[in-house]
Design a protein around this ligand. Structure first.
Ligand SMILES: C[S@@+](CC[C@H](N)C(=O)[O-])C[C@H]1O[C@@H](n2cnc3c(N)ncnc32)[C@H](O)[C@@H]1O
Length: 211
């Protein structure tokens, strides 16, 4: 029998959290800063949402007219819930571990949208997250992120893990350039001052010279 650890992410049984309904991060709607941005500027093209949970952000981006939106998550129970919502556009969901770097076709996305996924990943696996994000995007593709920075970090041994912005700048700097970074507004009252809205762009690699 498959154990829960098969869809546990990294040492955390995310599926069990969804089964138990213990999902305080789920606000029942897409992030307000994403909704505000979509109102001004819809996200076009092929979009990947890693750690999509029950897919509120996926559906908001799909409803905004993106060509295709894929919600990826390790927790099958979250995805079952996601699939129970009416279709909003051209979205679908896939079970998979984003950190492996091969859950999706390489270079097949124009945009990656992130919301409380990086902070769910143990700091020692963050480099894998960056590698997987860079692998999923084509050169010049965008990573739009609502990073939960969680500066107080009451429990450093369990998520949400603190994400120090200076460290994160370094972490992403090999593969991405930061286009814009500001406080994520609007947001929920308990997250004020604890989130950053970042737009990063995957660097274009020069072609390898022929020998
Ligand atoms: C804090 S929740 C956020 C869910 C959703 N983004 C939201 O804001 O409602 C983190 C999500 O990341 C998923 N997750 C954790 N590790 C993952 C991994 N390695 N690959 C894909 N999803 C992962 C969990 O199952 C969970 O749904």
């Amino acid at each position: 029998m498959a154990s829960h650890s098969a869809h546990a992410g990294v040492g955390i049984d995310w599926d069990a959290r969804y089964v138990a309904g213990d999902t305080p991060w789920d606000k029942g709607a897409a992030h307000p800063a994403l909704l505000a941005r979509l109102k001004k500027l819809p996200i076009a093209g092929r979009v990947l949402v890693p750690g999509c949970g029950v897919g509120h952000d996926v559906r908001a981006i799909a409803a905004g007219g993106a060509a295709f939106v894929l919600g990826l998550d390790v927790a099958p129970s979250a995805l079952n819930l996601a699939r129970s919502y009416p279709k909003a556009g051209n979205e679908c969901y896939q079970e998979g571990d984003f950190l492996t770097g091969n859950a999706v076709q390489p270079s097949s996305f124009d945009v990656l949208f992130e919301h409380t996924c990086l902070c769910a990943i143990p700091p020692e696996r963050r480099a894998d997250y960056v590698r997987a994000a860079a692998a999923a995007l084509h050169d010049g593709g965008f990573l739009l992120a609502v990073f939960f920075t969680n500066p107080e970090n009451p429990n450093p041994h369990s998520p949400p893990f603190r994400c120090d912005l200076a460290e994160m700048g370094l972490l992403f700097s090999d593969d991405f350039e930061i286009v814009k970074s500001s406080a994520a507004v609007p947001t929920y009252s308990e997250r004020e001052g604890r989130e950053t809205l970042c737009l990063l762009r995957k660097k274009t690699r020069p072609a390898m010279p022929l020998r």
